[in-house]
Design a protein around this ligand. Structure first.
Ligand code: GLN
Length: 254
């Protein structure tokens, strides 16, 4: 009986693998150029409450907004979950139609992608251990600072505090883990993400009141893809003015 069970299990697992492989093949071949009924969104699902995985399912403000955009445009939205610093190259190559990942609009990024109208404001915040002596931005000189690779937190901190201060992680939760074990002194990350992570561990971390940088999120599309950009902008304007965006945000940010 046991043998039969394990055989059945392996068959199920093989079938599952085949299904996964087929799905991946579809994902990588899809793009605006060769598919009209589907849009591929790339994101980095390590960024609650904007995008994360819960029980294998993609959740979050960006995920729901993207689905709503798809609904309104009459297309299916497929999610490609990749590293944050691969998002812009993936949009540039056409492997994804757009990137939506709590992505801040910056002048440098604008040289490589086009940004939609903005849909959220954010603040880069400093998180430290509860017993830290760091109180202001100036106290961070000479300290070890954790950031997610390629984010604005990474870019600004590298500029302000120098390469020797930087500890980079592909998932910001790993930075929090390193801070918990005393390997680094602070984490710089977007405010809502800081709040979501700190809320899970309030006895370990605190968020400084000083705002490090203020910014705005938008969707990135391939440079020159004005057709898609205009469609996305129309939906963003609509959901901003009719309250649909706010009701998604309110579900995730109390
Ligand atoms: N808003 C930051 C940026 O655009 C961080 C985004 C993220 O880590 N998903 O760089």
């Amino acid at each position: 009986m046991k043998k039969f069970l394990s055989l059945t299990l392996s068959v199920v697992m093989i079938l599952g693998l085949v299904a996964c492989a087929t799905k991946q093949a579809q994902t990588s071949s899809a793009s605006a150029e060769n598919s009209s009924a589907k849009l591929v969104m790339c994101t980095n699902a390590e960024f609650p409450p904007y995008e994360y995985k819960d029980g294998g399912e993609f959740m979050g403000i960006d995920v729901e907004c993207a689905k709503l955009i798809g609904e309104k445009l009459g297309v299916e939205v497929e999610i490609l979950d990749i590293a944050f610093d691969s998002l812009i190259p993936t949009v540039m190559s056409g492997k994804a139609d757009f990137a939506m990942a709590g992505m801040t609009v910056t002048e440098d990024r604008k040289e490589n992608v086009d940004f939609s109208h903005t849909y959220q404001k954010a603040v880069q915040t400093i998180v430290v251990p509860v017993n830290s002596t760091i109180e202001t931005v100036d106290d961070m000189y000479g300290k070890k600072i954790g950031v997610q690779t390629g984010t604005t937190g990474d870019i600004y901190c590298s500029d302000d505090f120098g390469e020797e201060s930087m500890e980079r992680y592909s998932k910001i939760v790993d930075g929090f883990q390193a801070m918990k074990t005393g390997k680094i002194d602070a984490v710089v990350v977007d405010d809502q993400v800081a709040k979501a992570i700190v809320a899970q561990d309030e006895t370990s971390f605190k968020i400084l009141e000083t705002a490090y940088a203020e910014e705005e999120y938008a969707i990135a599309v391939k440079k020159g893809n004005t057709e898609l950009l205009n469609k996305i902008n129309t939906v963003i304007d609509e959901i901003k003015s009719n309250g649909e965006l706010k009701s998604i945000v309110d579900k995730y940010i109390k």
